[in-house]
Design a protein around this ligand. Structure first.
Ligand code: ADP
Ligand code: MG
Length: 262
C-alpha cells in the first residue's frame, strides 16, 4: 500500500507539462505602452490536446513565443515540465518541438542537411533519426525532395520539412503556431492524425489556429485569446456554459466571448 502511494505521488509530481503564471508582455512605442499579453494563466496537463484560437493580432504567436522561450515575459513565469524557462531554457527546450508560423529555414542547406543538423542539436542517434526522417518525409511526400537545396522548395514543402525537423527528437510536447496554414489538404490530414496519435500516447499538443472547426474537432480544450488576454479556456462544454446565450458551436461561443467581453 505504501509503495502504491509513492508511485501515485511521483506521477502527480509534474502533471502540467506547460504552465503560465501571470505572463505579461508590454512593448514601449514612443510614449505609449502596448500590452501584447495580459496576465495569462494557463496550465496544460500531460496528454492534453489544446488549441488557442483568436483573431489575427490577438496575441496567439506572442503567447507561443513565450512558451518556447523566444520572447521573455515582462512579468510572469513559464514552466515547461516543471522547469522555469528563465532558469534553465535549454532543459525546457529539450521537452518540446516548435513549429513556427513561418517556415524560415536555412536556404542553402539541403533538406537532409537541415534535418541532420537538428538531429545533431537534439542528439538523436543515427538509427533513430533515420527512422523518424523516413517516417515523416514519406508521410508528407517529401522523401525524394529532401536531397535538394531548401531554396528550391515551395512554401508547403518548407512547412513539411520544418514539422519533420521539430519532431525529430520525438518531444513529449508539440508547440505549433498555425501549423495547417500553407499545407495541402493531404498534408494537413497527415498532421492532424499525427497530432491525435501523439496525444493518444500520453503526450501533449498545444497549437494555435484561426480555423475554429479544426480546434472544435480535434481538441480536448480550447483557449480563446482576445487582445492579449486569455478570455476563456475549457472544454467545449465548459465554454458553452460560459457563453452568455448558451451557444452551441465553437464559432458562436467564440463570437459571443470575443464580442461580449469589454
Ligand atoms: P496573432 O498571432 O494572434 O495574429 P500576434 O501575437 O502576432 O497575434 O500579435 C499580437 C499583438 O502584439 C499585435 O497586435 C501587436 O499589437 C503586438 N505586438 C507584437 N509584437 C510587437 C512588437 N514587436 N512591438 C509592438 N507590438 C507588438
Ligand atoms: Mg500569429
Amino acid at each position: 500500500r505504501q509503495e502504491k502511494r509513492t508511485v501515485i505521488c511521483e506521477k502527480e509530481e509534474i502533471m502540467n507539462i506547460l504552465q503560465c503564471e501571470n505572463v505579461t508582455k508590454t512593448y514601449k512605442m514612443g510614449q505609449t505602452t502596448v500590452t501584447a499579453l495580459d496576465g495569462v494563466d494557463l496550465a496544460v496537463e500531460k496528454g492534453e490536446f489544446v488549441a488557442v484560437v483568436g483573431a489575427s493580432g490577438s496575441g496567439k504567436s506572442t503567447l507561443i513565443q513565450h512558451l518556447n522561450g523566444l520572447l521573455r515575459p515582462t512579468e510572469g513565469t513559464v514552466l515547461i515540465n516543471g522547469t522555469d524557462m528563465r532558469k534553465d531554457p535549454v532543459k525546457c527546450k529539450s521537452f518540446f518541438g516548435y513549429v513556427p508560423d513561418n517556415p524560415d529555414v536555412y536556404e542553402r542547406l539541403t533538406g537532409m542537411e537541415y534535418l541532420n543538423f537538428l538531429a545533431d542539436i537534439y542528439r538523436v542517434s543515427p538509427a533513430e533519426r533515420k527512422a523518424r526522417i523516413d517516417r515523416y518525409t514519406e508521410a508528407f511526400g517529401i522523401a525524394a525532395a529532401v536531397r535538394n537545396p531548401i531554396k528550391s522548395f515551395s512554401h508547403g514543402m518548407r512547412q513539411k520539412l520544418v514539422i519533420t525537423g521539430a519532431l525529430i527528437h520525438e518531444p513529449m510536447l508539440w508547440i505549433l503556431d498555425e501549423p495547417m496554414v500553407g499545407l495541402d489538404p493531404m498534408a494537413a490530414h497527415v498532421l492532424k492524425e499525427e497530432m491525435r496519435a501523439h496525444c493518444a500516447k500520453g503526450n501533449t499538443v498545444f497549437f494555435s489556429t484561426h480555423v475554429l472547426e479544426v480546434a472544435e474537432k480535434l481538441c480536448d480544450r480550447v483557449g480563446i485569446i482576445r487582445n492579449g488576454e486569455l478570455a476563456a479556456v475549457g472544454t467545449l462544454e465548459e465554454l458553452r456554459a460560459q457563453a452568455e446565450n448558451g451557444e452551441s458551436s465553437l464559432e458562436d461561443i467564440f463570437l459571443d466571448i470575443v464580442n461580449g467581453g469589454a
